[in-house]
Design a binder for this molecule. Structure first.
Ligand code: GLU
Length: 288
């Protein structure tokens, strides 16, 4: 039997908050229940927003929470060549095309919204001629590369994956992936030769991740990951979607909204037990 391998994969673009603590604790708890191992991965492809001091703080905060992980830790910014090679494989299959649209153009011509509520790309640049593409590339216009999702689905046909829940010990349920609802997603961004979707699919496979534990906010994005795994000939792990911690406004906690960081809470005298209790991993009751 393969050893269960899980991962916690934060982005060092701010300090960890209680939502991350919940996600980390859910991952380590699931690993323990499966008799497996939880890895830590640093998802820092956004080199403009990610900072080494935030990476350092991730190590310190998780250590303070009492979590440990095997070394070396995979750091995505060290693997751009590997992600570019995966993109090239899709390019060789004629599934990637250059897109020169600005955010404003996409918002203006959107054909609805994607599952995250963002404007759905109308496919404008899918219809550019080769000559136009070459001319604009040679001119140095800012470019991102998108997956031709419809063409990709013609290759793969119907896609399914296994979801485990509500606990990691439950029986897997088969689910259909519906990547079409995301339209032609960006796989190589303007600022970096990869994207969230492409890097995590490559890394989950390279690291041999058997169970992906992630928040319900990333449940719909999994459809894209299953499609990419199929196209690249990579295994599809089991997926487990954990609950999210909501703020007073009923929205998920986010660094961008200035949710209190674990280090703020620590400075205010919180203990690791207080954090565990606040995110539902330690009961108040004496009998537990
Ligand atoms: N890096 C992602 C985040 O911070 C999570 C990784 C994943 O589960 O795909 O939201």
């Amino acid at each position: 039997m393969t050893q269960p391998l899980l991962r916690f994969a934060p982005s060092p673009n701010g300090f960890l908050h209680l939502g991350h603590a919940l996600s980390a604790l859910a991952t380590w708890q699931a690993a323990a229940q499966l008799d497996g191992t939880a890895l830590l991965r640093i998802e820092d492809i956004d080199t403009a927003r990610c900072k080494p001091e935030f990476t350092q703080a991730i190590f310190e905060d998780l250590d303070w929470l009492g979590l440990s992980w095997p070394e070396p830790v995979l750091v995505q910014s060290e693997r751009f060549d590997i992600y570019a090679a995966a993109a090239n494989r899709l390019r060789d299959m004629d599934l990637l095309y250059p897109c020169f649209c600005s955010r404003a153009e996409i918002a203006e011509n959107a054909i609805g919204t994607d599952p995250d509520g963002a404007p759905l790309y109308p496919g404008t640049c899918r219809h550019l001629s080769n000559a136009d593409r070459i001319e604009r590339l040679e001119r140095g216009d800012p470019v991102q590369f998108r997956l031709d999702t419809e063409r990709a689905l013609e290759r793969t046909g119907m896609l399914t994956f296994s979801v485990i829940g509500p606990t990691i010990l439950d029986r897997p349920q088969i689910r259909y992936a519906r990547p079409g609802r995301w339209g032609d997603v960006v796989l190589q961004r303007k600022d970096t030769p990869t994207s969230y979707h492409l890097s995590i699919v490559v890394d989950d496979a390279d690291q041999g991740i058997t169970h992906v534990t992630r928040g319900r906010d990333l449940e719909a994005a999994t459809d894209i990951h299953v499609l990419l795994q199929m196209l690249l000939g990579l295994p599809t792990p089991y997926y487990h979607f954990h609950r999210l911690l909501l703020g007073d406004d009923g929205e998920k906690l986010a660094k961008s909204k200035g949710s209190q960081s674990l280090r703020d809470l620590r400075a205010q005298g919180w203990t690791p037990e207080d954090v565990r209790r606040a995110v539902g991993f330690l009961s108040n009751s004496r009998s537990d």
